[in-house]
Every structure is written in C-alpha cells, then in structure tokens.
Design a protein around this ligand. Structure first.
Ligand SMILES: [Zn+2]
Length: 416
C-alpha cells in the first residue's frame, strides 16, 4: 500500500473555462440521473444489479447516441460517474448507505473527476484539466509523487478548487510498538472537542456559532425576498460565501488538532471510542452539536494520519463504558448522566473530570489491548484521502444544521 495525499488548489478559470466546467458538471449530473433510472428499473423489475462495466456500456451505446452533447465531457469523467454510482449501490446493498438519490441541479454538489491525463505545473501555477485545458491556479505547495486523479469542485460561492490526489511511491510505514509504548487515549465530546489522557485539551472551534447570528439574519432576509430576484440571488451568494468561510476555518482547526494528536504527541498508539456517528445523527437533540464538532471528520483524519505516521489506532468498543468507570479504582458509576461533567468516586474519593477520566480509561484499554488482554487492535483501512471530500463533508454538515434551523440549505446533505 502506497502513501496517498491530496492537495487542494484554488483554480482561477477564465469565463470560457468556467462555462466548460459547468457543461461537464451538467453532463455528469445528467448521466448519473439516467444511470440511476436505468439501474433502478433493472433492480426493481428483475432484482438485477449492474456493474460499473454495464453502466459504461449503457453510456456508450445508449446515452451517447441519443444525446450527442454528452461528448462535451471527457469519456473517462463519465466513467467515473458509473464507478461512483456502482459504489453507491454496493454501499446500499451492504446496508451502509441509503438508496442512491437523483441529483438536482441546484442542490447537488458541483464537481467532476478526471482519472488520468491531469497535470500540475507548479512552476507556472497552472493545472491541466482534461476537457477544459490549462487553468490558472495557485500552487501553494509543491506536491510530490504521481498524480492519480483530479477532482474539480465549483462551490456555491463560485470559487473553484482542484483536489489532486498524489501517490508518492513510498510504502505506508508499518506501526512499531515499543516494549513500553506511549498510549494516548482521546475523548471526543460535545463541550470540548477533544481531551487527551496526557492532559492536552483541544477547544471546540464553534465557528458556526460566531457566524450563526449573521447567517440567521441573512436567512431571514432571504425569506423576505422574492425568489429568483436579483437581490435574492445576491443574498444567496453572500450566504454561500459565509458558509465556505466557516467550513475553511473549521477544516483548518481540525487539521491542526489531528496533526497534533497523531504526530506532535509522540504517542505510539492512539485510542478512540468507536463512536457510531451515523447512528448519533439520528438523535436530533445531539445532532446539532455533533455536526458542529465534526466528529466524523475528526475520526476520519485521525485514521488516515495514524496510517501516514505509522501509529497504531485502537478503537474501543462502543459499549466500553469509558466515562462511567473510575480510572483509579475501577468502580462503576451507573448513575452518571450526560449532564454530569464532574463526579467523585465514592470508593477511592477521586474527583473526576468526566472527559479526562474517559480519556484515561481509553488509555488503559489501549495498553491492555496492545498487551493482548482485551479488545481488538484495528489497523485503520486506507481511506480515500480526497481533500474535496473533507470539505464537502464538513460543509454538508453545516448545511444539515442550517436546514434544520432555517429550512434552507445550499447543498444536499451528504455524508461519505
Ligand atoms: Zn475510584
């Protein structure tokens, strides 16, 4: 397994190039919807499942002859749509995801992927996007390795980014566990973002909170405007820009924190609770805060960064009572509720900070798991390290959030 890293660069397309990008995105959306229709019919009538190969044939022999303008998009980009839909169906059959949905023009994420033939020219600050040509870009750092693919995303605010996935040819380091390993337990929670067993705390950025007032205000104004009018459009763009800003600040904070946890802490192994985040999303009372804190994203980043830096990641069972057990004597506090931030152990009289106690328990869990006593040591799987997904994921969390509060969203919620 080789190391893969995604670099995200801002693109500055000329008007004509922007138009071509919009056309490609339109083709991809059209193809997705037609393929979904085709797959749904076969599945509902005959229980048939189509492979990406079948779908590619359908594009080449049925869709393209009927809709010649589909040649506006590179063939390989359309094949990525087949691959994505096929993956979406597989996830559905595995019961990991809902049934694939149709993409709506104004609600779906505007992006397309180019699997080959892309180039990143760092010296001249430009990126070659197949089907569009050389596009001006800001290459703020030089990527190393072989370019695997490029994903171009046009944000609701109008800004365009290219997420470039590179494989550098180095094997992923195998985790080394010394005789006396340093194990770091991490408690992720709602109030504080993360509390580590070594005492380090990371604050919750709560960026949305700061901007929420302004967003709410803008949303209220938007509701008063006539839908489709010039002022309505202007305001909608302003809201999109604010969303993007929030997403970027949040992303930055989470990246810094996970880097610090995985790398700067010098821990050999990291222990987290195996939170069932998608399950928690259904709990409406908790969901807003969870979205704010972007648990899912933190977890994802800790996973892939552990892999990069050769750390062992241990996921403690979800039913492991990390916050209820006294980390000093092991007494079990059954009466502990979510509201109790501090408690005192009646047996050893230790005063516990709920989160720190939980982190300490996770640390001991990790130590015993490494010694082979309990639990399971889970090496994280290589996730698709696509920065554009990071951004999407976080932003759509913000959208879900907003949709609930204001009944309006810039993007359809989508969790990878
Ligand atoms: Zn105790």
């Amino acid at each position: 397994m080789y190391m893969q890293k995604a670099y995200r660069f801002r693109l500055y397309p000329a008007d004509e190039q922007r138009g071509q990008m919009t056309r490609i995105i339109g083709c991809c959306r059209f193809v997705w919807n037609r393929l979904l229709e085709y797959s749904s019919k076969s599945y509902k009538r005959r229980g048939e499942r189509h492979s990406a190969y079948d779908l590619n044939n359908f594009i080449a022999h049925t869709l393209k002859p009927a809709y010649p303008w589909l040649t506006d998009a590179p063939a390989q980009t359309l094949q990525c749509v087949s691959a994505d839909l096929s993956a979406a169906f597989k996830a559905f059959f595995r019961k990991d995801a809902d049934y694939p949905k149709f993409k709506k023009k104004h609600r779906s994420k505007k992006s397309f992927r180019i699997p080959q033939k892309g180039k990143v020219d760092a010296d001249n600050n430009r990126i070659y996007v197949q089907g569009v040509g050389w596009v001006d870009a800001v290459i703020h750092r030089k990527p190393s390795g072989k370019l695997k693919n490029i994903t171009v995303t046009v944000n609701p605010s109008g800004s365009v980014y290219a997420s470039c996935l590179f494989e550098d040819g180095f094997e992923v380091p195998s985790p080394v566990i010394p005789v006396k390993p340093k194990v770091l337990g991490i408690d992720l929670n709602l109030e504080r973002l993360a509390v580590c067993s070594d005492g380090t705390e990371y604050g919750n950025p709560r960026v949305l909170k700061q901007h929420e007032k302004r967003l709410k205000h803008l949303q209220r104004m938007l509701a008063k405007k006539r839908k489709g009018s010039e002022n309505w459009k202007k305001l909608r763009t302003e809201i999109a820009v604010l969303h993007e800003k929030v997403a970027n600040i949040r992303k930055d904070a989470i990246h810094k924190m996970t880097k610090s946890i995985v790398c700067d802490s010098q821990a050999d192994a990291i222990v987290i609770e195996d939170l069932n985040v998608s399950g928690m999303f259904r709990n409406h009372k908790l969901s807003k805060h969870i979205q704010d804190a972007s648990f899912y994203e933190i977890r994802r980043q800790i996973e892939y960064k552990s892999l990069w830096y050769g750390k062992t990641l241990i996921a403690a069972d979800r039913f492991f009572a990390s916050s209820r057990t006294c980390s000093v004597c092991g007494w079990h506090n059954d009466g502990l509720t979510l509201r109790d931030r501090e408690w005192e152990c009646p047996v050893c009289h230790t005063r516990h900070d709920r989160d720190r106690n939980s982190a300490l328990n996770l640390e001991s869990f990790g130590l015993s798991a490494l010694a082979g006593d309990a639990g399971e040591v889970k090496p994280p799987e290589m996730p698709a390290v696509d920065e554009s997904r990071v951004c999407t994921c976080i932003r759509s969390m913000a959208s879900v959030n907003e949709e609930k509060d204001h009944g309006y969203s810039m993007e359809a919620p989508k969790l990878a």
